[in-house]
Design a protein around this ligand. Structure first.
Ligand code: MN
Ligand code: MN
Length: 308
């Protein structure tokens, strides 16, 4: 057995992300992969508590060199697998506190955190941890859904349908530098989209994004975000369920895997300070294709970080 993880066969050993060392020693880390196995805030199909483990498992075949971006992120960056946050399945806000408590010191120490979800509610405490260091953030949000409801299940303010309204209310993100990409699907009425625009968010529907193409989409995102610190949140349901069926609230007619990779690679040059990949629900997956895509999406994000 060699010291290099890549000297081993991909199916050998314990599944950490990208076969990186599992450690909490931040002195050896530029980037920490953190799992949040939590699905208590979902509105439909659950199962994302198994997301981090499935993504790690399917990350084993990431050999290390990104041929599209011409970078070896695991060589350019010291990437560790930090393990999982201790979540509280019966309590959304206690889970959010645990996430912030665990992640904030990493961010404060200058470690870039890439989080594996978990349902989308977890982005709120992650944004709190990042805004504490960087101030109000720009946000690039890939999703089929805006996730900007005021409440869900009656008067519940914390669910996977509300995190970005809370984040705006808390001043964690700047709506003028917030772009949603891939929004689609039926809603109860027109009000959901009206609300997004009234919050000052730039919502790019899936139809608009596909019609204009990734280059034009990224040009506009760049003009809104500029060089400021930007957080990237990827709800895997931005991708078509034909490519990513393992998710809780699937919406047909989404991005192809290739389109998603193009968009992520286009983040090269952005000042990305943190990211998450959420809503991967392995019980609804087929042949692990959703988890494979999520693992590759994380690899692209790491590549973008490595090129910074
Ligand atoms: Mn979604
Ligand atoms: Mn979402």
């Amino acid at each position: 057995m060699s010291d290099s993880p890549f000297a081993q066969q991909p199916y050998q050993g314990i599944a950490t992300f990208g076969r990186r060392p599992h450690t909490r020693d931040l002195s050896q880390a530029d980037v920490a992969i953190v799992g949040v196995p939590y699905d208590g805030a979902t509105s439909y199909r659950s199962g994302t508590r198994f997301g981090p483990r499935a993504i790690r498992e399917q990350s084993l075949l990431l050999w290390g060199y990104n041929n599209a971006l011409e970078v070896a992120p695991f060589e350019a960056l010291r990437v560790i697998d930090y393990g999982d946050v201790d979540v509280v399945p019966v309590d959304v806000q206690a889970t959010h506190r645990a996430i912030e408590r665990e992640v904030a010191p990493l961010v404060a120490a200058g470690v870039k955190v890439v989080t594996l979800g978990g349902d989308h509610s977890i982005s709120l405490p992650l944004l709190r941890a990042h805004a504490a260091k960087y101030g109000p953030l720009a946000l690039i949000h890939f999703d089929a859904h805006p996730d900007t409801w005021n409440t869900e299940f009656g008067d519940q303010r914390y669910s996977h349908g509300t995190p970005f309204r809370r984040a705006i209310e808390e001043g964690l993100i700047d709506p003028a530098a917030y772009v949603q990409i891939g929004i689609r699907g039926p809603t109860a009425g027109p009000q959901d989209y009206i609300d997004v625009r009234e919050l000052g968010i730039r919502m790019m529907t899936l139809d608009e994004a596909v019609e204009r193409g990734p280059v034009a989409v990224l040009d506009e995102v760049r003009s809104r975000v500029g060089a400021r610190p930007v957080y990237v949140t990827l709800d895997i349901d931005a991708v078509d369920p034909a490519f990513a069926p393992g998710t809780g609230t699937p919406e047909v007619g989404g991005f192809t895997s290739r389109e998603l990779l193009q968009l992520l690679r286009g983040l090269r040059g952005f000042n990305v300070v943190g990211a998450d990949v959420v809503e991967v629900s392995p019980p609804y997956d087929h042949g692990n294709i959703t988890a494979i895509l999520a693992a590759n999406a994380v690899f692209e994000l790491l590549s973008v970080l490595a090129l910074k």
